[in-house]
Design a binder for this molecule. Structure first.
Ligand code: CO
Length: 217
């Protein structure tokens, strides 16, 4: 028989009460003030991986980071979920920055490289295989699989950054003069550090330059 601990996950409620109490002790009225509105400056698009907790990595408290996470931090033009998050973040919350954050050793990226079936998720991972095909020559020349995975994690972020820039949400924001900058970062599971991949975009010109660079033109 399950203990009530496991049945009701009481340990998580205990953590939660302690967490809320600690914050309230440091900043009385914190939650009451936050319940009225949110005004985050950043939208984070990251991997669902449990080792990459968005707020903690960048040290931001509740209210300062709008978050969307999926397997391998993909921005797919037919994904109504991700696009809706982006639209709300840009049009309503007026975030100034969209951060696409991948991570080294991503299981989704690794699975996309394997020659075996994983079920439904293979349809999702197909998007990473497209990235691989764009950079096949560079990646095939690399000796170790781990190095290929890590390089593909970086390239995937760069392409997803481009995808963000191509969405109607960002295109329309730029067209009406709203400042939105898209960034591509990668996180190291083994050292906890972020790396800026220097693929950031804030205009159609920068978008075209990055696209040409990624396509090797
Ligand atoms: Co991942």
């Amino acid at each position: 028989m399950l203990s009530s601990h496991m049945k009701n996950l009481t340990h998580l409620f205990n953590h939660n009460r302690r967490w809320a109490r600690d914050i309230e002790k440091r900043q009385p009225g914190f939650f009451a003030a936050l319940s009225n509105q949110q005004a985050p400056e950043y939208l984070w698009i990251g991997c669902s991986d449990s080792r990459v907790p968005a707020n903690e990595i960048v040290g931001l408290p509740p209210g300062e980071l709008f978050v969307h996470r999926n397997v391998a931090n993909l921005v797919v033009h037919t994904d109504i979920n991700c696009l809706s998050v982006m639209q709300y973040a840009v049009d309503v919350l007026k975030v100034k920055h969209i951060i696409v954050c991948g991570h080294y050793g991503c299981g989704g990226v690794r699975a996309a490289l394997e020659n075996r079936q994983h079920g439904l998720i293979d349809n999702w991972l197909r998007n990473i295989q497209e990235v691989y095909r764009q950079h096949q020559r560079e990646l095939q020349a690399m000796p170790a699989t781990d190095a290929v995975v890590d390089r593909l994690c970086e390239l995937n972020v760069a392409w997803q950054t481009l995808n963000v820039g191509h969405t109607t949400v960002v295109q329309e924001a730029w067209a009406r003069g709203q400042e939105v900058r898209v960034h591509g970062w990668v996180y190291g599971l083994s050292d906890g550090l972020l790396k800026d991949l220097q693929v950031s975009l804030s205009s159609v010109d920068e978008l075209q330059t990055l696209e040409q660079k990624l396509r090797g033109l």
